[in-house]
Design a protein around this ligand. Structure first.
Ligand SMILES: *Cc1c(COP(=O)(O)O)cnc(C)c1O
Length: 337
């Protein structure tokens, strides 16, 4: 089976399992897990940020950040396709009591002008705009990457209007590798950053929220309240440390594999619009002989798992567990359909 459904399907490698087995652990709710402390410190240092907190999921790191940055009744600006809005179970409303101003971005990316126009004026009728949440890479944008200058322009608008800026960086490392950018640039631009180690970096579980000491102190309280305070979770943190140390640079291979698959798809009559492939995600429209679910079923008959994300679109996500021979086999299957 070749599984392109998500980059979350990876299994720990022998090296990662070895690191987990040897991890020193303690009770993290008491702040005594050396492996978690190491992961939090090293990720904060990587981004030049003050502190970090380890959480079981990227949904939790995003939701904690939003809760820390807002008061009930406040408004959060984000793209209409953003994970924080679309795929976190209504968490912004349920956890933070905040409303959302959805913007129509370009494949998930907002501009400074759009953000500026969406900020509510000082008016007792309107919710108070307090937070902007960006996503890089953009999942529903097909792994789209921001130009860093656009992020800086948004940051300027936030500074001028006293707004906090959060980054859902579930796949930030894909963007960094694709655009040849650094963690530190991002650490300077954002008030909080969520990174996922369980996506392309291949850890079984784990996300880290980064921010100031003050923010992360508040985040520890919220994490406990959300039920995310774990105990000897250093076994998981060790996998995350291993992922950061070994699996970042190799993301370029995934991106190359995504390009090879795209080149095969382009030749087919059933392929409609393909979103520009910038990283490890390929989203393409299906037309003519197949609907998207029918084409997904055809792939499945050949042992290849993809997702029909809409009646007309298929998503393919390349990751650590997709080897070059899997890519060759997939291209063979595409050629044969
Ligand atoms: C996967 C993902 C998350 C976090 O998802 P979890 O499954 O909760 O870890 C957050 N944002 C984006 C864009 C994602 O793709």
């Amino acid at each position: 089976m070749i599984d392109f459904r998500s980059d979350t399907v990876t299994r720990p490698t022998p090296g990662m399992l070895e690191a987990m087995l040897n991890a020193p652990v303690g009770d993290d709710v008491f702040g005594e897990d050396p492996s978690i402390n190491q992961l939090e410190t090293m990720s904060a240092a990587l981004f030049g940020m003050e502190a970090g907190i380890f959480c079981p999921s990227g949904t939790m790191t995003n939701q904690i950040a939003i809760k820390c940055h807002t008061q009930p009744g406040d408004e959060v600006i984000c793209d209409k396709l953003s994970h924080v809005y679309l795929y976190e179970g209504g968490g912004i409303a349920a956890n933070s009591g905040a409303s959302v101003r959805l913007l129509e971005g370009n494949r998930g990316r907002l501009t400074a002008d759009q953000v500026r126009e969406a900020i509510n004026p000082e008016d007792i009728h309107k919710p108070v705009t307090t937070l902007v949440s960006l996503e890089n890479t953009g999942n529903r944008g097909g792994g789209s990457c921001y130009n860093f200058a656009d992020i800086q322009a948004i940051k300027e608008v936030c500074l001028q209007n006293n707004l906090k800026l959060h980054l859902d960086g579930a796949r930030l490392f894909n963007a960094l590798v694709a655009k040849n950018e650094t963690c530190k640039q991002y650490g300077e631009a954002f008030d909080s950053i969520s990174i996922c180690l369980s996506k392309g970096l291949g850890a079984p579980v784990g996300s880290v929220l980064l921010g100031t000491h003050q923010l992360i102190k508040k985040a520890r309280r919220v994490r406990k309240m959300f039920g995310g305070g774990m105990r000897q979770a250093g076994y998981l943190a060790a996998a995350c440390i291993y992922a950061l140390e070994h699996n970042v640079a190799r993301l370029a291979e995934d991106h190359a594999h995504a390009q090879m698959i795209t080149a095969a798809l382009v030749k087919k009559d059933f392929t409609g619009e393909i979103l520009p492939v910038e990283t490890n995600i390929v989203i393409f429209a299906v037309k003519g002989r197949y609907t998207a679910p029918e084409l997904a079923a055809k792939f499945k008959e050949q042992g290849i798992f993809v997702i029909a994300i809409s009646p007309t679109q298929i998503r393919i996500v390349v990751h650590l567990d997709i080897h070059p021979n899997d890519v060759a086999k997939t291209i063979e299957v595409i050629d044969s359909l």
